[in-house]
Design a binder for this molecule. Sequence first.
Ligand code: LLP
Length: 427
Amino acid sequence: MTDSASSHAFHRDHGTLFVEGVSAADLAAQFGTPLYVYSRAALSAAWHAYADACAGRRAKVHVAVKANSNLAVLNVFAREGAGFDIVSAGELARVLAAGGKAADVVFSGVGKTAREMREALEAGVKCFNVESIPELDRLNDVAGQLGMRAPVSLRVNPDVDPKTHPYISTGLKANKFGVAFDEARATYRAAAAMPHLEVVGIDCHIGSQITEISPYLDAIDKVLELVDQIEADGTSIRHIDVGGGLGIRYDDETPPDIGEFVRTVLDRIDAHSAKTGKAREVYFEPGRSLVGNAGLLLTTVEFLKPGAEKNFAIVDAAMNDLARPAMYDAYHAIEPVAERAAPAQTYDVVGPVCESGDWLGRARTLAIEAGDVLAIRSAGAYGFVMSSNYNTRARAAEILVDGTRVHVAREREDVAQLFAGERVLPD
Ligand code: LLP
């Protein structure tokens, strides 16, 4: 994990891990573990990498809320003037509570309910990214009932291979997402004919943790081909949304620099605009590349358990806190917050949940003892947001560090909260 912004925010001083000006060990001692910790400087640096590359161009960045929806984190971006990409009415409520504006929100997702559509229309979101004809029909009905016209963009499926994990690639024909490329033109005609819809744009999102620019350019070329056809049919396309998906460094990946990625995408679309004489706004929907390396998960070693084939380090965080290893076989770097002189051994780092799939790291060489605090790196994206209460485990607290200031972004849950809504049977 060595993205430049995050390596400033997370650094070592005399062998001790710091998050900006605060020692990770002190945070663990004060707030307990498991504990998610985010760096405001790292969040802002990633934001500025996007925003600076967009400056002076017709481009807007919409933070994908699903990657990290904590109000304090969203608030950091809202203060910078970010737009937001949401996939539920719940995420819309979070954006508004965090100081974001509905007019800067794009609403993605393959299964929006009528109620969610109504709430988003009433709030005044900027655009619905629609994925099918039945969804267009539903949105047209809901907008009609409200006496409104809903701004829409169709998410088209460009059928390109993003070369990432199959669970997080979304732009292939076999995926549930988007309107098939071959049906997109006809679907745009259908949308243009619906009285309560106003076609404003086109979008695609080809996957996540993409570490090369070329799949984006392939997708954009296909989208631009469609734009020409749709405009030939008399519908004008004001914006092109290229989705999110830019990868980060978890281990030894070498994703493109954010600025280079943004400029390459904008140049490709601008070249088409110059040719056709039509300038269009470009939207980005990054999640992971904004928040992933701005966060870590602190956990305490409960026991070291030597085994015949393997040694286990049993820690107090588990698959319910960080699902990515169990779910995607994902790698997260793991390191002790304080270096010690103990002999290093190879461990599988596992949680206390009753599942063999409950692991956080495999075959890691660590010099540790029971009671040590470990940092699981790159946990700012799809970390806390994917956590659950499995095994009736209360979810971790979240802390946002800003210089030497420590802000409790979310309190640790307690067990009583977990079943507060449940009832035993009446007599
Ligand atoms: N826009 C749309 C329509 C999306 O579906 C997603 C992510 C994004 C933007 C943001 O993508 P990002 O920049 O974060 O790659 N839970 C998985 C990742 C799922 C991504 C889902 N869609 C993981 O932990 O790797």
